[in-house]
Design a binder for this molecule. Structure first.
Ligand code: GLN
Length: 249
């Protein structure tokens, strides 16, 4: 009996030490990422009911380089960091902005995309805010826990309604229960393209950069993700320069 307990404890310890490491991911044969798929074109649910997008293609490349399958977990945005911290997922690939506060609890890859916030309103109305202050006294929908949520929550005169899904935030705008939605510009562009009744009335220069989230201290996985990203940034020309000049140095 004691032996079994000891064995169990050993397995538990090994499990904790190796969880999320490259060896463990390879042994399990899949890379598990967390994302919130109402964020086109980074991650959204396609007509075939699959989660696709820019981030998913990046995640697929990381999985390919590791020689494993990709598993995508669909989670609310504000659950992604807790899921990563408790080893439910290996990576957050969700258009997540690198912020000081988040970087205290998780590690981030090198930046892979620049972003700003956009204010989206109904096109057929006179209300056309050009700056955040114009939202004072107005009702604004955001996604819970996002940088859009942060910038509007900073101004106490704005009445903020927080949703898990951007699709619900836009439904609220459509039904005139809010006056605006604040979200990342590239995603705002995608929604406005699909729903031409909405327009972007302003872009707020927040100078954000997206990073892939890795569990704090998991340097091996972080280095791997960074190497995949930096290889993706290289053009065929860059690779030739590296081959013929830098490597002969
Ligand atoms: N970039 C924003 C953030 O990190 C929004 C991300 C998202 O909603 N997926 O808060």
């Amino acid at each position: 009996m004691k032996k079994w307990v000891a064995l169990f404890v050993v397995i538990l310890i090994i499990g904790t030490i190796f969880s999320g490491t490259l060896a463990e991911i390879k042994a399990r044969g899949k890379l598990i990422i967390g994302t919130e798929p109402t964020f086109p074109p980074f991650e959204y649910v396609s007509e075939n009911n699959e989660i696709v997008g820019f981030d998913i293609d990046i995640a697929q490349r990381i999985a390919d380089e590791l020689g494993v399958k990709l598993e995508i977990q669909n989670l609310p945005f504000d659950s992604l960091i807790p899921a990563l911290m408790s080893d439910k997922i290996d990576l957050i690939v969700a258009g997540m902005t690198i912020t000081e506060k988040r970087a205290k609890v998780i590690d981030f890859s090198i930046p892979y995309f620049n972003a700003n916030q956009a204010i989206v309103v109904r096109g057929d109305e006179d209300f056309k805010p050009v700056k955040l202050d114009d939202l004072k006294g107005k009702k604004v929908a955001v996604q819970l826990g996002t940088t859009g949520d942060l910038v509007v929550s900073d101004i106490k005169e704005i009445k903020v309604t927080r949703f898990q899904k951007f699709t619900d935030a836009f439904l609220e705008l459509e039904n005139k229960r809010v006056d605006a939605v604040v979200l990342d510009e590239a995603v705002a562009n995608a929604y406005v393209k699909t729903f031409p009744k909405f327009i972007i009335s302003a872009v707020i220069d927040t100078g954000e950069k997206y990073g892939i989230g890795v569990k704090k201290g998991n340097k091996e996985l972080l280095d791997f993700v960074n190497s995949v990203l930096s290889n993706m940034f290289k053009s065929p020309y860059d690779l030739l320069v590296e081959k013929w000049f830098e490597e002969t140095k």
